[in-house]
Design a protein around this ligand. Structure first.
Ligand code: NYM
Ligand code: MG
Length: 212
């Protein structure tokens, strides 16, 4: 056991795809099978930078679009030392959103190119697995209304979905598409199977750098 690193596992998808629910279930299942696991989420609204982001998302403040993009990225970079430490200790990290949300959401705004949006996150710890919870807008609508936060409109989310599809063409990232329209337990089974596979493989590989 000693010396084996943990895997960095990311869940992505549009709002209401079930990411948070599935992250919790995965952490619980891994822990119950004797594998150390912890959940993280981005944005992490608890830090000083995260509080700026939180106020922006709740429409309590306005920030210039490039500026808030860089804050989202900085909010990931500030957690990197802790993430690396935990992975080195053999803890598997299950992360609710990462740089892919960062790029998909900002590049859904007019005037933002994908490559500009990716640049600040180049070199972040590279996930061993990124699962995209795929849910079409009609299915998502059945799950109820959007909340009151910024970006939570169906028009914007459709553009976000298209940006995710562009990002998923990148073969340097281990993307797995999960059918999030299934019931919670079946989605969980798919996610667990992919995660166990990634955890086994990661043990023998160094942690990579994203998009570099
Ligand atoms: N979001 C999330 C971004 O715009 N950029 C990012 O880098 C990240 C990580 O924040 N609508 C957006 C996506 C969501 C919102 O996320 C808050 P959550 O998971 O609802 O707390
Ligand atoms: Mg949300």
């Amino acid at each position: 056991m000693a010396g084996k690193r943990g895997a960095l596992i990311v869940l992505e998808g549009v709002d209401r795809a079930g990411k948070t629910t599935q992250c919790s279930k995965l952490v619980q299942a891994l822990q119950q099978s004797g594998r150390p696991a912890e959940m993280m989420r981005f944005p992490d609204r608890t830090t000083t930078i995260g509080q700026l982001i939180g106020a922006y998302l709740e429409n309590k403040s306005d920030l210039e679009d490039h500026t808030v993009h860089l804050l989202f990225s900085a909010n990931r970079w500030e957690m990197v030392p802790l993430m690396k430490k935990k992975l080195e200790q053999g803890i598997n990290l299950v992360v609710d959103r990462y740089a892919f949300s960062g790029v998909a959401f900002t590049s859904a705004k007019p005037g933002f190119r994908l490559d500009w949006c990716m640049q600040p996150d180049v070199g972040l710890p590279k996930p061993d697995l990124v699962m995209f919870l795929q849910l079409n807008p009609a299915e998502a609508a059945l799950r109820g209304q959007f909340g009151q936060e910024r970006y939570e409109t169906s028009v914007f989310q459709r553009t976000v979905q298209q940006r995710f599809e562009q990002l998923m063409k990148d073969q340097t990232v281990n993307w797995q598409v999960i059918d999030a329209a299934q019931n919670i337990e079946n989605v969980h089974k798919d996610i667990t199977a992919h995660s166990l596979n990634a955890i086994n493989k990661a043990q023998n590989l160094p942690l990579g750098e994203l998009w570099s």
